[in-house]
Design a protein around this ligand. Structure first.
Ligand code: SAM
Length: 497
C-alpha cells in the first residue's frame, strides 16, 4: 500500500470493500460518543468574529430502529462468538434503547478494525464517560481482555456548568494491542524541567540501612504514564479549524509516536477534520482517513494543502467522491446535502446555513481579500447549486437578484445540466468585477462536468486571496506539529532515577 488515501463514505462499507486483512499498523478512532448532540461547524465571520451561521457537520444521536435491529442481528449471527455473546448480554441488560443502537453501530466496525490490524498493531479508541464502560466490554470481546494495555485519561480544563457532581474534565482512550506478544510500542518520556534536572543532580545516591545505592537518572526523562494533561484546543489556537470535536494534534502525536514507526500505516476511520492525518503526515507515516461527510473531506484537503503545500495533493488519493458525471448524479440523488458540500468544496467555498429565513437563494459562499496588503474589505462570491436535467434563465436571474441584495462581487451558478443560450446571454449582460489581476465576470456559469475537469471560478488567484476556511498553520514534515515534542526530545542534563 504505497499511497495515502482519503475515503468519503461509511467506514463499515469502506473497510469491507477496500482494506485488506492485517495491513494497518495503528488505528485511532474518535467516533461520535453518543452525546445526543448535533455538531455544527462554526465558521468565522467576515470580521473574524464567530459566525452565527452554523453548518450541521454530523449528528451524534442514536435511536433504536430498523437499522440498529439489523446491525445487531448481523453481528450476533455472523460476528465472532465472544462479540455475539457480549452483544446479547448487553441487549438483555440495556434493552432496545439508544445505547444499544450505538453499540450495534460500533460492534461490526470494531470487528472489521480487528481484521485489518497487523499482529504488531495497536488500536486506540477515544470515548468519554457516556459509553466508555460499554465500549470496554465490546473491545474485550473483539480484541481479548489480554490485549488490553491502557485506559488513558486525557485530562483537560474547560468551562463546565453547575451540577451535583464533580466536574467532568477528561476523556478516555482505550488502548489495545492486536496481539500483546507481538505489539510494537516505543515508551515516551517527558524531559525533566530545568529545575528538577538540577535538583536531581544532587540525589544520585540512595541510602537504605547500611547499604548505599548509586542510582542514575534516565537521561530520557520521566516515562510517560496513562494520565495525559493536554489542553483542549482553545478558541484562539492556531490549529483550531472550527470543526466540532477537533482533537489536539499533541494528543495524536503521542499515540502515533508511541505505536508506530516512520513509513507505517495509520488509519482513522472517523477522521473528522483530519487531525490524525495531518499528524501522521508530519511524522512521516502513511495514512488512511475515512469520513462520511463531504464537509470533512473538503476540510481535510484544505488542511493538508495549507499545512504542507499544494504538492501534497499528488501524494494521496481520494476515493468515494464523484469522479465522473454519473457518480455526481448518483450522489446528488442519494444525498443532496453531501452533493452540495462536495461541489462547494471543489471551488473552495463553504455551505450556507439552510435554516428557514436565512440566506435565501444561497447554497454556498466564498470570501476573499484581494487588496494588495491582504486587508481591506472582504469580498464575497455567492454560489447557487442546481441539480436536475434542466437549468433555466429565471434561476440565474434570481441569483443576480441575490448578489445585488447581498452586495456580493460575483455570483456563480453550478449545475448538473448545461446552461441554455439565454442563460449565457444573461450572464454576459451582468458585467465584470475588476481586480488587480484583471476582469472577472460578475455572473458565472459552471457545470459539474467542468468542475470535474478542473475548471474553477474566475476570480483573483484562490491561494492568495481565498479566506473562506481557516488556514491550518504550516507544518514541517518530520517534526512534530505543536508544542509536544517535549516528551520525546533527548535531553543532555545528567540524570538519575
Ligand atoms: C468525533 S468526530 C472526529 C473528530 C476528529 N478526531 C478530529 O480531530 O477532527 C467523528 C467523525 O466521524 C464521522 N462519522 C460518523 N459516522 C461515520 C461513519 N459511519 N463512517 C465514517 N465516518 C463517520 C463524522 O462525520 C465526524 O466527522
Amino acid at each position: 500500500m504505497a499511497e495515502n488515501v482519503l475515503y468519503y463514505g461509511d467506514n463499515l462499507d469502506i473497510l469491507r470493500r477496500y482494506i485488506k486483512d492485517e495491513t494497518i499498523d495503528l488505528i485511532y478512532l474518535d467516533p461520535p460518543f453518543k452525546s445526543n448532540q448535533e455538531y455544527n461547524v462554526l465558521f468565522e465571520e467576515r470580521n473574524g468574529s464567530r459566525s452565527k451561521s452554523q453548518i450541521k457537520a454530523f449528528k451524534d444521536t442514536w435511536r433504536w430502529d430498523q437499522g440498529s435491529a439489523e446491525a445487531y442481528e448481523e453481528v450476533v449471527e455472523k460476528g465472532p462468538d465472544k462479540v455475539s455473546k457480549v452483544m446479547r448480554a448487553l441487549r438483555t441488560f440495556l434493552g432496545e434503547n439508544d445505547m444499544m443502537a450505538y453499540l450495534s453501530m460500533m460492534a461490526p466496525r470494531l470487528v472489521e478494525l480487528e481484521r485489518v490490524l497487523k499482529p504488531s498493531g495497536s488500536i486506540y479508541l477515544h470515548c468519554d464517560q457516556t459509553a466508555s464502560a460499554h465500549l470496554r466490554l465490546l473491545m474485550d470481546a473483539v480484541f481479548g481482555p489480554n490485549n488490553f494495555h491502557n485506559e488513558i485519561v486525557w485530562h483537560y480544563r474547560r468551562w463546565t456548568g453547575e451540577a451535583k457532581r464533580f466536574q467532568r474534565m477528561h476523556d478516555t482512550i482505550l488502548f489495545y494491542a492486536k496481539n500483546r506478544d507481538e505489539v510494537y510500542f516505543k515508551p515516551l518520556y517527558t524531559p525533566y524541567t530545568k529545575k528538577s534536572a538540577k535538583r536531581k543532580q544532587h540525589y544520585h545516591t540512595r541510602i537504605k540501612g547500611d547499604d548505599v545505592y548509586v542510582t542514575s537518572v534516565d537521561p530520557r526523562g520521566v516515562r510517560e504514564n496513562d494520565v495525559w494533561d493536554i489542553s483542549v484546543i482553545n478558541p484562539a489556537a492556531k490549529e483550531r479549524l472550527g470543526y466540532p470535536t477537533q482533537k489536539p494534534e499533541a494528543l495524536l502525536e503521542r499515540i502515533i509516536e508511541a505505536s508506530s514507526n516512520e513509513g507505517d500505516v495509520v488509519l482513522d476511520p472517523f477522521c473528522g477534520c483530519g487531525t490524525t492525518i495531518a499528524v501522521a503526515q508530519c511524522l512521516k507515516r502513511r495514512w488512511i482517513g475515512i469520513d462520511i461527510t463531504c464537509l470533512a473531506t473538503a476540510l481535510i484537503k484544505h488542511r493538508l494543502q495549507h499545512a504542507f503545500g499544494r504538492k501534497i495533493r499528488k501524494t494521496y488519493k481520494v476515493i468515494g467522491e464523484p469522479i465522473s458525471l454519473t457518480d455526481a448524479d448518483t450522489l446528488a440523488k442519494e444525498n443532496w446535502h453531501q452533493f452540495e458540500c462536495w461541489a462547494l468544496g471543489l471551488v473552495g467555498a463553504r455551505p450556507a446555513e439552510k435554516k428557514k429565513g436565512a440566506d435565501r437563494g444561497i447554497d454556498g459562499r466564498l470570501y476573499f481579500h484581494d487588496e494588495p496588503d491582504g486587508k481591506g474589505k472582504t469580498k464575497q462570491i455567492i454560489i447557487s447549486v442546481k441539480g436536475g436535467e434542466k437549468v433555466t434563465v429565471s434561476q440565474l436571474r434570481d441569483l443576480r437578484g441575490v448578489i445585488d441584495r447581498e452586495d456580493a462581487e460575483i455570483g456563480v451558478l453550478i449545475s448538473m445540466a448545461k446552461p441554455t443560450r439565454d442563460m449565457r446571454k444573461e450572464a454576459a449582460s451582468a458585467g465584470f468585477y475588476k481586480s488587480a489581476w484583471g476582469k472577472h465576470p460578475r455572473l458565472q456559469l459552471l457545470t459539474i462536468e467542468e468542475l470535474l475537469s478542473g475548471k474553477g471560478i474566475d476570480y483573483p488567484p484562490s491561494e492568495q486571496v481565498n479566506v473562506t476556511l481557516k488556514r491550518a498553520p504550516k507544518a514541517k514534515s518530520g517534526t512534530t506539529v505543536t508544542q509536544a515534542h517535549l516528551f520525546h526530545k533527548e535531553r543532555k542534563q545528567p540524570a538519575e532515577n
